[in-house]
Design a protein around this ligand. Structure first.
Ligand code: SF4
Length: 400
């Protein structure tokens, strides 16, 4: 199966297993952890996936789907960690290579091959330059329009200028290369969405996925070693306010009465605490005391920022509602208190930062997306991505 999110794989899962959870529960009976890791472990040895992963016999197709979904099962236990970055990187390369040059209709990308005569000859001549002797045959092939995609779908994936695309009758017309780029984007987004959705069922997954997640983490730490060393490991680290997403910057400025409790107590509290002390939660029900040994960071670095932002609200939140500080502790997982000890963590749930769609629904004025928001579903992911980018930049500058 060329695309594990494509129609054939979907059919296999539906007909053979009924749903994804059943598939994930059955996978450990068919493949081993080592077997699954072959899809990603090659990144430690080479830039390109090995030939044997590119050419599979039809008998291996189902096993290949099992390996892929096993990785998603492991990501469900760590939907924001470096394991996700590793899996995305390895699989985009592997499946992208398998798809290169082949027909992309039938993949998860909603494209169809275009019919002869569909693009007016005059336009085709301008775009593909079929008669131009200065354009060599491979370039001519590269320029060839092969697919069409509904404009509404296309716009959710495209971040370039519309001047670069041939649009006609409500469709965007795509070359193989452009379609593959869009497929990569759609594929990455689907992996992220699937691992987040599956994380809600992580309690029902067999132990197999815990072991797989640990092994994935080892590979990811090895692969991103240089960057992690530069960043001081993906873990607790000082906050980089300049890399915060726009919604958090808005909340920090202070907000009007109607949005105060949501912006400060829910969004800012959860974002700052996870970003500062546990950017990659190891499991769903993590507590503050699993990540720090004292309340110092919370009391000296996080609370003052929350209180200042609350004071900037109109009217100032904590002057107006002094009891709201108990709610802040509640959202940090200490229960309803204003004098917690570290041992109290776990008395309530430590709220994870809400997803972007929830922020837009509850406090639309906070979401003012910038270019880094594209494809991001949670403000913490935005921050981690920008941190990672900065890390790469610093590493490159360092090596220069
Ligand atoms: S898209 Fe998400 S991260 Fe970006 S500003 Fe909106 S809510 Fe924040």
């Amino acid at each position: 199966m060329k695309d594990p999110f494509g129609k054939d794989a979907e059919r296999l899962i539906r007909e053979e297993f009924g749903d994804l959870l059943t598939l994930l529960q059955r996978i450990p009976l068919s493949v081993s952890v080592d077997d699954v890791l072959t899809l990603v472990a090659w990144v430690l040895a080479s830039e390109e996936p090995p030939e044997k992963l590119l050419r599979r016999s039809p008998l291996e197709e189902t096993k290949d789907v099992f390996r892929f979904y096993a990785l998603l099962g492991a990501l469900a236990l760590s939907p924001y960690g470096i394991e996700l970055e590793l899996v995305e990187k390895a699989l985009v390369k592997l499946y992208g290579k398998r798809l290169k040059g082949s027909d992309l209709s039938g993949t998860m990308l909603m494209v169809e091959e275009i019919q002869t005569g569909e693009v007016p000859e005059r336009d085709r001549k301008i775009l593909e330059k079929p008669m131009d002797k200065n354009v060599d045959p491979s370039e001519r092939e590269r320029r060839k329009l092969r697919y069409r995609m509904r404009l509404a779908e296309f716009l959710t994936l495209w971040d370039g200028s519309l001047k670069e695309v041939y649009i006609r009758g409500g469709y965007a017309y795509l070359t193989q290369e452009t379609a593959l780029q869009l497929w990569e984007r759609a594929f990455t987004r689907r992996i992220e969405r699937a691992s987040r959705l599956l994380s809600k069922m992580s309690d029902e997954l067999p132990e197999f996925y815990g072991e797989l997640r640990e092994r994935l983490r080892n590979i990811a730490e090895e692969h991103f070693k240089e960057r992690l060393e530069k960043l001081g490991k993906v873990g607790a680290q000082p906050l980089r306010f300049d890399l915060f997403p726009p919604c958090i910057k808005e909340a920090l400025k202070g907000v009007p009465a109607g949005m105060r409790n949501y912006a400060i107590t829910v969004l800012l509290t959860s974002f700052l605490s996870y970003a500062r002390i546990c950017p990659n939660p190891p499991r769903k029900d993590v507590r503050v005391r699993d990540c720090v040994e004292s309340l110092d960071i919370i009391e000296k670095e996080i609370l003052p920022v929350i209180i200042e932002a609350g004071n900037r609200c109109t009217p100032p939140l904590f002057e107006d509602q002094p009891h709201e500080i108990k709610n802040v502790w509640y959202h940090l997982g200490f229960g309803l208190t204003d004098r917690p000890t570290l041992e109290d963590s776990g008395n309530s749930t430590w709220y994870f930062p809400p997803n972007c769609d929830k922020i837009r629904a509850n406090a639309p004025g906070l979401c003012k997306p910038d270019k880094y928001c594209r494809g991001v579903k949670n403000p913490l992911t935005y921050y981690l991505r920008r941190l990672a980018r900065e890390g790469r930049k610093d590493a490159a500058e360092g090596s220069e």
